[in-house]
Write a protein that binds this ligand. Structure first.
Ligand SMILES: Nc1ncnc2c1ncn2[C@@H]1O[C@H](COP(=O)(O)OP(=O)(O)O)[C@@H](O)[C@H]1O
Ligand SMILES: O=P(O)(O)OC[C@H](O)CO
Length: 499
């Protein structure tokens, strides 16, 4: 009998269940999108019950397609959109409110108040993160302060907090019937409530934010047997949990310090393994946990997070209707040879790395009567590449090394125009592996290592192979001019949102 590893990938736009074999190849996929809820400008929510329903559906779908059942699955891993925050009642399993998505900016007004004592880097030494709307701690504080009954229940120990990994793990292992309340150290590092050095919840920050410790999950390694699934995966060990960007780092087998990857999805996230010590950033990056495998020491990473990349393609599709499907953007952009002088800075959720400006908002600059929708499509794709260049530059300065090539993955890397432009604007090679579902693969690796399906990291390294390399071909002069104009365009997005 062949055994496989299952991976639940709970992303910003969809939930997937992917089944892998020992070679890291995909055997079967189930996928379903969920609703994006925008109650007002800057607010982004998901319905947690819809996500759990979809998760169960996609598990059944992938198993059914391959004619497999729980007994064929050696272990299951979870990977997830990070920071997205949900609070639910442990007796009923019902959420008190929708999940607040990582891109949600509703806590923007609270940053200045918190920064009065210690500035925007008030919690950075301990957590590796600046004050921003992005992380879970402030989102949870908003829920506790605004949703009736939640704080009282939290103080009684009746309500539970989690990111999507915790919510899925609790439901998968039985929910109200004995579900386990856990998170892994990578997800915990994104709450701004965890001390990076001890990998424990930080009492001082909890006190400042007035968050009851009782509602927080237990922090665990990223790869170990946490418990067993109930339902359609009944009896399968839940053995790996990783935030999705850290999972991609593992899926790309970046186990050596200095190795990194960039994942192009809703946003873009460039992570570089920095080894066993957290490296503080001087250039607007985040210090975060990369992974912990079993009882081995925690590995750390530097991260450049960009909030809006693929989401801008979705916006052109859903809000402007200038394309019908996301892949159509490439055809539209190819109708012109260049951006015609037009630059699109998609600061829809403020600007993340390396700027961390919550009050920035999106701008489209350089418009003339010459500009048409193809130029705008091109500018939208170029924005992804420019933003990546800026975080890569910051990464090189922080890490003190020159990066000679970039490993890439995620939904946008099928876009040839984007990848060639990326290579041109970086002046470096861009390398895509055969399996671009590296996020799900990383969680599968974590789960498979915990149950001995894969023995060691060399087993995983053997699975990594190059599918495509893009080489830079743009003259340096053109590159410099484009970079200069982009930097100027970015400044036009600053200081726009008002309280
Ligand atoms: N051919 C394409 N060109 C550009 N963007 C694309 C293309 N195909 C998908 N996308 C974008 O990629 C994103 C989906 O990638 P995925 O890795 O599944 O994202 P996530 O994990 O964030 O949900 C969407 O934002 C979509 O608009
Ligand atoms: O779901 P993705 O791939 O958009 O990833 C979201 C990130 O984890 C947010 O930090």
């Amino acid at each position: 009998m062949h055994m496989y590893i299952g991976s639940i990938d709970q992303g910003t736009t969809s939930s997937r269940f992917i089944i892998f074999n020992k070679g890291g190849e995909i055997i079967s996929v189930g996928q379903k999108e969920h609703k994006q809820i925008y109650p007002q400008a800057g607010w982004v929510e998901h319905d947690p019950s819809e996500i759990w329903k979809n998760t169960q559906e996609v598990i059944g779908l992938a198993l059914g397609k391959a004619n497999l059942s729980a007994k064929d699955i050696a272990a299951v891993g979870i990977t997830n959109q990070r920071e997205t925050t949900v609070a639910w009642n442990k007796h009923t399993g019902k959420a008190y409110y929708n999940a607040l998505v990582w891109q949600d900016t509703r806590v923007g007004n609270e940053l200045a108040e918190l920064a009065k004592d210690g500035g925007m880097d008030r919690f950075r030494a301990k957590t590796g993160l600046p004050l921003a709307t992005y992380f879970s701690g402030l989102k949870l504080r908003w829920l506790l302060n605004n949703i009736e009954g939640l704080r009282e229940d939290a103080e009684k120990g009746d309500s539970l907090f989690g990111n999507m990994d915790t919510f899925i793990a609790w439901n998968l292992t039985g929910g109200t019937q004995g579900g386990i309340h856990i998170t892994d150290v990578t997800n915990a590092s994104r709450t701004q409530l965890m001390d990076l050095a001890t990998c424990q919840w930080d009492d001082e920050i909890l006190q400042v934010l007035n968050i009851p410790k009782k509602m927080l999950p237990e922090i665990k390694s990223s790869s170990m047997v946490y418990g067993h699934a109930k339902g359609v995966l009944g009896g399968v060990p839940l053995a790996g949990i990783l935030g999705d960007q850290q999972a991609a780092l593992v899926g790309q087998t970046c186990f050596n310090p200095g190795q990194g990857k960039n994942t192009y999805g809703t946003g873009c996230f460039l992570l570089m393994n920095t080894g066993l010590k957290p490296v503080p950033s001087q250039h607007g990056l985040l210090t975060t946990v990369a992974y912990q495998l079993g009882n081995e020491p925690v590995h750390y990473a530097l991260e450049g997070s960009v909030a809006i990349t693929g989401a801008l393609v979705q916006w052109l599709r859903d809000n402007l209707g200038i394309i019908k499907n996301s892949p159509d953007i490439e055809k539209l952009a190819k109708l012109v040879d260049d951006n015609g002088g037009c630059y699109f800075v998609p600061a829809f959720s403020g600007l993340y790395a390396p700027y961390w400006k919550s009050d920035a908002r999106g701008v489209l600059v350089g418009l003339t009567r010459y500009i048409n929708k193809s130029h705008i499509a091109r500018a939208a794709l170029e924005a992804t590449a420019f933003q990546t260049w800026e975080v890569l530059e910051a990464m090189e300065k922080d890490a003190g090394i020159a990066i000679s090539s970039l490993r890439v993955d995620g939904g946008m890397v099928v876009n040839q125009l984007l990848m060639q432009f990326q290579s041109d604007i970086l002046g470096e090679e861009v390398i895509c592996p055969k399996i671009i579902e590296t996020t799900a693969l990383g969680a599968a690796y974590a789960a498979g290592l915990a149950v001995g399906y894969w023995e060691n990291l060399d087993d995983l390294r053997k699975n990594w192979a190059i599918a495509h390399t893009w080489k830079p071909s743009m003259p340096a002069e053109s590159r410099d001019q484009l970079r200069k104009q982009w930097k100027k365009a970015v400044t036009k997005s600053f200081d726009w949102a008002e309280d």
